[in-house]
Design a protein around this ligand. Structure first.
Ligand code: NAD
Ligand code: UD1
Length: 338
């Protein structure tokens, strides 16, 4: 099947191209490069050994989107495009609502106008808010999102569910990602945040490579085994493979389906630091800082539904995640810039 990846030049999208290619699918990528660069697509093209059709366009551009659907025989869309920085979304709520919501409205209208009714949407564990139950299953109620980024994910889940309800020919798969880290084993592609990283692993790798003096650990007084926050880290290649499995659900005409994509294991901030140091033989100096606003103590999932219905489960453990994150960073100390 030919798959359109919106936001396919980004961190998760670029890794997903490789898994789709392995499974025999072809891809088309549309990205406005607001948080990525075309170099990632070039490198993926080298890895898979074939050219990748790339269109530099904004998903909010209805004319451009219509032209893509008219130019290619798209069977399904994987919709990664969106702004994702939690802190920035608090400072710039309008930009976040405008980009993430409008891009999805324009995309879904273009799909409908061109008879393409299969979509996989990048959602997030953030929709569970402070989870009612741990480990989190898909039947856990959604919670209060504390920031505009999370709210766009939660709202778009509702929008896409309503589209499917109104027209049962649609197949909508909502994938709730836990915490993607790691990189492709080649070390050629990986996470390339702009400015100071918000997320744990890119911060750790930038400390390890000498770009930052130390990691700040946001709180050691949570109700967790060592007091630091616990999360469900998932290798980005496993996450990417989850999208290929989700396509099988679409091929089986799943209607609306929701899956957690995580490993089911929770690791604390200090567990990750220790694993990273041990596997890579590098030091990660850190100091304890106050809690970060909006953080929760513990978040990990029960991934049984994805295993039972999609035959998907994560293969890589925390050590491989730490190894591959470091392999990417040490080979590309300044990311795609050098
Ligand atoms: P990313 O920023 O690397 O990739 C997103 C891509 O979308 C970027 O290349 C960006 O340039 C593009 N984009 C943004 N707005 C666009 C627009 N209007 N038109 C065209 N392109 C646009 O982020 P990622 O980590 O690869 O995340 C992919 C998706 O998964 C996002 O929707 C994100 O919110 C979601 N997600 C990410 C995480 C995570 O921790 N990385 C967790 C849960 C959910
Ligand atoms: C973040 C987002 C969330 C998104 C998720 C998946 C925030 C508040 N939340 O979640 O919306 O769905 O990513 O990508 O940004 N930590 C440190 N020091 C750091 C960075 C992080 O101690 O410099 C700690 C955090 O307090 C947390 C853990 O590391 O306990 C993981 O943090 P992070 O990587 O930012 O992910 P989440 O907070 O889980």
């Amino acid at each position: 099947m030919q798959i359109l990846l919106t936001g396919g030049a980004g961190y998760i999208g670029s890794h997903t191209i490789i898994e789709l290619d392995k499974a025999g699918h072809s891809v088309v990528v549309v990205d406005n490069l607001s948080n990525s660069c075309e170099e990632s697509v070039h490198r993926v093209s080298e890895i898979i050994g074939k050219p990748i059709p790339f269109i530099k366009a904004d998903v909010r551009d209805a004319v451009a989107m219509d032209s893509i659907f008219k130019s290619y025989k798209i069977g399904a869309v994987i919709h990664f495009a969106g702004l994702k920085a939690v802190g920035e979304s608090v400072a710039k709520p309008l930009e976040y609502y405008e980009n993430n919501l409008n891009a999805t409205f324009v995309l879904v209208s273009a799909m409908r106008n061109n008879g393409v009714k299969n979509i996989i949407f990048s959602s997030s564990a953030t929709v569970y808010g402070n989870p009612a139950v741990i480990p989190i299953t898909e039947s856990c109620p959604k919670g209060e999102c504390t920031n505009p980024y999370g709210k766009t994910k939660s709202m778009l889940e509702e929008v896409l569910s309503d589209v499917q309800k109104a027209d049962p020919e649609w197949n909508v798969v909502l994938l709730r990602y836990f915490n993607p880290i790691g990189a492709h084993q080649s070390g050629r592609i990986g996470e390339n945040p702009n400015g100071i990283p918000n997320n744990l692993m890119p911060y750790i790798t930038q400390v390890a490579v000498g770009r930052r003096p130390e990691l700040g650990v946001f709180g050691n007084d949570y109700d967790t085994p060592d007091g630091t926050g616990v999360r469900d880290y998932i290798h980005v290649c496993d996450l990417a493979a989850g999208h290929v499995s989700a396509l099988q659900a679409i091929e089986r005409k799943c209607g609306l389906a929701i899956y957690n994509l995580g490993t089911g294991h929770g690791y604390s901030v200090l567990d990750v630091v220790k694993a990273f140091e041990k596997v890579n033989g590098v030091k990660v100096p850190y100091s304890i800082k106050p809690r970060r606003a909006g953080d929760i103590a513990t978040c990990y999932c029960n991934p049984a539904k994805a295993k039972a219905e999609l035959g998907w489960e994560a293969k890589f453990g925390i050590e491989e995640m730490c190894r591959d994150s470091w392999n990417w960073q040490k080979n590309n100390p300044k990311g795609y810039e050098g």
